[in-house]
Design a protein around this ligand. Structure first.
Ligand code: FES
Length: 345
C-alpha cells in the first residue's frame, strides 16, 4: 500500500462514489502533523502524533498502513515505516505522484507541521512472519516503507534480514540513511540503481542465492511484483508475500443478472443488491458506515465478514484459499454470487 503502502494514488477508481464524510468512518482519529521532511527526490517523510495525549495511537504491526483523509473527500493509504508498536507517533513516506489523482500532490503542496488530519486505525495485509528464521525483502523505490518497519522489527527480535533495494537512481531512493543504521544489527542491504547498473535488476539471479525455506517479501511497482512472483515460482519458493500498489488484472466477470438479498446482520436491514455490481455503493446509499479507501480491492479498508452466502471475489488482496473460504469480501470490487448473503454490518 505508499501501500498500499503506501498505496499509490495513480490509481483510477473503478466506481464513482460520493465523497466520503467523516461520519462514514467512525474509527477515525485526529492526528497532528509533527514534522514534514524531504528524504529523497519527490518523497516526504511525515511524522504524525496523536492530537490528544491519551489514549495515543493504536499499536500496529510491521507492514501496516493507515488512511489519510484529505480535503475534497480524498482518502489515501500509506504504510507506516517507524518501528512497530510505537503509540506516540506514526511515520509515513509520501511519493509525489505527478500523474496521480491528486492526493499526494495535495500533501506535497499543502501539508505542513502543525496541521491536523483525520486518520484511520492501522490495517495490515502485509504482515511479517516473525517465526521465520530468515527473511528476504525486495523493495522498489517508495515500496521500501513497509519493509523499513519490518526490518526494524527484525532488529528488535534479534533476527537477520536481507533487503534488495531497487530504484531508478540513488537520488530517488528514500531512506538510505535509515537503512544504514540497521546494517550493524543483522540487516544486510543490497542496492540496485538502474542508472548506475544500466539495466533493471535481474531478480531471479538475486533471489536464487537464498533458501527455499526463507520468507520472501516484495513491495514495489507492478512490473517488479510480476518479476518477483514469477522468479519465486521458478525457484520453487513457497513463502511469498506481496504488497500491491494497484489492482491486478482480474478475469472478465461473467455476465450475471438478478439480485442478491443481502441481510446486514448488525444493522437489521436487508438490501436487494444487483449481482453485477459491487455492494459498496448500495451500502453507502443505505447509510451503512463502511470504511473504504482505494476502491480497487488493494487496501483492505472495506473488508467485510461474510456470515452466510458466497461472493465473487474480484480483489487483489485475498489468497486463493481465502477466496475459497468465503469468510470475508472486499465490498468495493467483489460481487454477491449467491441469491442470499448475510454480512456482518
Ligand atoms: Fe480498498 Fe476496498 S476500499 S479494498
Amino acid at each position: 500500500m505508499n501501500l498500499p503502502a503506501p498505496l499509490e494514488d495513480a490509481l483510477a477508481p473503478t466506481a464513482t462514489l460520493e465523497p466520503q464524510t467523516l461520519t462514514d468512518h467512525p474509527g477515525l482519529r485526529e492526528a497532528l502533523v509533527a514534522a514534514v521532511t524531504p528524504v529523497s527526490e519527490g518523497v516526504l517523510s511525515i511524522a504524525l502524533q496523536p492530537a490528544a495525549p491519551t489514549p495515543g495511537f493504536p499499536a500496529f504491526d510491521a507492514g501496516a498502513h493507515i488512511d489519510l483523509h484529505l480535503p475534497g473527500g480524498m482518502v489515501r493509504s500509506y504504510s507506516l515505516h517507524n518501528p512497530p508498536g510505537q503509540k506516540d507517533r506514526y511515520v509515513i513516506g509520501v511519493l509525489h505522484e505527478r500523474a496521480g489523482r491528486g492526493g499526494s500532490r495535495w500533501i506535497h503542496e499543502n501539508l505542513r507541521a502543525g496541521d491536523r488530519l483525520m486518520i484511520s486505525a492501522p490495517r495490515n495485509h502485509f504482515a511479517l512472519d516473525e517465526q521465520a528464521q530468515r527473511s528476504v525483502f525486495v523493495a522498489g523505490g517508495i515500496g521500501v516503507t513497509p519493509v523499513l518497519s519490518m526490518l526494524q522489527r527484525l532488529v528488535a527480535l534479534g533476527k537477520p534480514g536481507h533487503l534488495i533495494y531497487c530504484a531508478r537512481s540513488r537520488a530517488s531512493a528514500p531512506f538510505l540513511d535509515l537503512l544504514a543504521t540497521l546494517t550493524p544489527h543483522g540487516i544486510s542491504v543490497q542496492t540496485h540503481f538502474d542508472d548506475e547498473a544500466g539495466s533493471p535488476p535481474d531478480l531471479q539471479t538475486l533471489l536464487s542465492r537464498h533458501l527455499s525455506t526463507d520468507h520472501f517479501y516484495c513491495c514495489g511497482p507492478g512490473p517488479m511484483l510480476q518479476a518477483f512472483e514469477s522468479s519465486c515460482e521458478t525457484l520453487g519458493f513457497g513463502n511469498v508475500h506481496v504488497e500491491r500498489f494497484k489492482a491486478q488484472a482480474q478475469p472478465l466477470a461473467a455476465a450475471v443478472d438478478g439480485f442478491c438479498s443481502v441481510e446486514l446482520r448488525r444493522s437489521g436491514l436487508t438490501l436487494e443488491i444487483a449481482k453485477n455490481t459491487p455492494p459498496l455503493g448500495a451500502l453507502l446509499a443505505a447509510g451503512i458506515a463502511v470504511e473504504y479507501s482505494c476502491e480497487e480491492g488493494v487496501c483492505g479498508a472495506c473488508e467485510t465478514p461474510i456470515l452466510e452466502g458466497e461472493a465473487d471475489h474480484r480483489d487483489s488482496l485475498l489468497s486463493a484459499a481465502q477466496k475459497a473460504g468465503q469468510q470475508c469480501m472486499m465490498v468495493c470490487v467483489s460481487r454477491c454470487r449467491s441469491d442470499r448473503m448475510v454480512l456482518d454490518l
